[in-house]
Design a binder for this molecule. Structure first.
Ligand code: NAP
Length: 259
């Protein structure tokens, strides 16, 4: 069986590690990161050319199943995967870690777009810790009266805010490290996507402890009518069931995941 994992996340890499050896695995990366952490198995890098290109690729490479384990905010590839898998009748599972939930003491300001995030952040503070990735910096470029601490894996390119410091780093991050960052840079507002997961969650606790408001970008919806799993273990069971039909698999179409 040939499984295609659409990757670019920790979960995609862990899934490839889990099923490599049981099935033939090809992991696909978009090519955004200069030196990605590579999973075991075959790896291909770069776009497919839309849903049609992906459908062609699935056919040409005799793919038997697809797991979309891309980032919760990578909604174009997720929508393309749903269309392509349906077109060539290949089973598709979406693997999405759950989003974060606020706890007492959090001061979260949910928004739907980066443009809105820029407006809300500007209304809350002047020293912004921006962790939404280098690709969306253009939405903050017009904010001239605030200073930004921008954390990204690779260096950002213009347009970007005029007053900023770039911190090149990638998770997982520690609570002590996040506390120090907020304190040392006198951050008064944090902007983040609702990425979920443990690797980047300590910034939320550090913000809560320091009484710093958080502008939280809501997730785009998942494609309709695609089964979804929340954990690598559930996705592994799904693969196991495809390889040996009859075994029970726990995958869900949880409404929570679709919110
Ligand atoms: P996107 O907006 O959903 O996708 C844009 C285009 O990039 C897609 O149409 C596709 O090109 C190509 N693409 C995306 N993921 C791909 C993959 N795994 N393999 C091959 N091509 C892919 O995606 P994005 O938000 O730019 O994210 C790109 C990658 O970075 C994803 O793999 C994602 O998991 C990872 N990532 C994203 C974020 C985020 O915040 N968005 C954060 C961390 C990691 P074609 O149409 O030509 O096929």
């Amino acid at each position: 069986m040939h499984l295609l994992i659409l990757g670019g996340t920790t979960e995609a890499r862990r899934l490839a590690e889990a099923v490599h050896g049981t099935v033939r695995v090809t992991s696909s990366l978009a090519g955004r990161v200069a030196a990605p952490r590579l999973p075991p198995g075959e790896v291909r890098i770069g776009g497919f050319g839309g849903a049609e290109g992906l459908a062609r690729w699935l056919r040409e490479h005799r793919v038997d199943a697809v797991i979309d384990a891309t980032h919760p905010f990578a909604d174009t590839i997720s929508s393309n995967a749903a269309r392509a898998a349906a077109a060539v009748h290949v089973p598709l599972l979406v693997l999405r870690r759950p989003g974060w939930a606020p706890v007492e003491g959090d001061d979260w300001h949910p928004v739907d777009t980066l443009t809105e995030a820029a407006d809300v952040a500007r209304s809350l503070g002047r020293r912004v810790f921006l962790t939404t990735g280098r690709m969306g910096l253009a939405s903050f470029a017009h904010v001239t009266d605030a200073w930004f601490l921008v954390r990204s894996v690779d260096p950002p390119e213009p347009p970007h805010p005029p007053h900023m410091r770039v911190l090149l780093d990638r998770g997982p991050f520690t609570l002590d490290g996040e506390r120090a960052l907020l304190r040392d840079h006198a951050v008064d507002v944090l902007v983040t996507k609702d990425s979920g997961g443990a690797a980047t969650a300590p910034k939320l606790r550090a913000a809560r402890e320091a009484g710093i408001p958080v502008v939280l970008l809501r997730r785009p919806p998942l494609p309709a009518d695609v089964p979804a799993a929340e954990t690598v273990e559930e996705a592994t069971e799904w693969v196991t069931r495809l390889v040996a039909p009859g075994r029970e698999a726990r995958c869900t179409t949880s409404p929570r995941l679709r919110s």
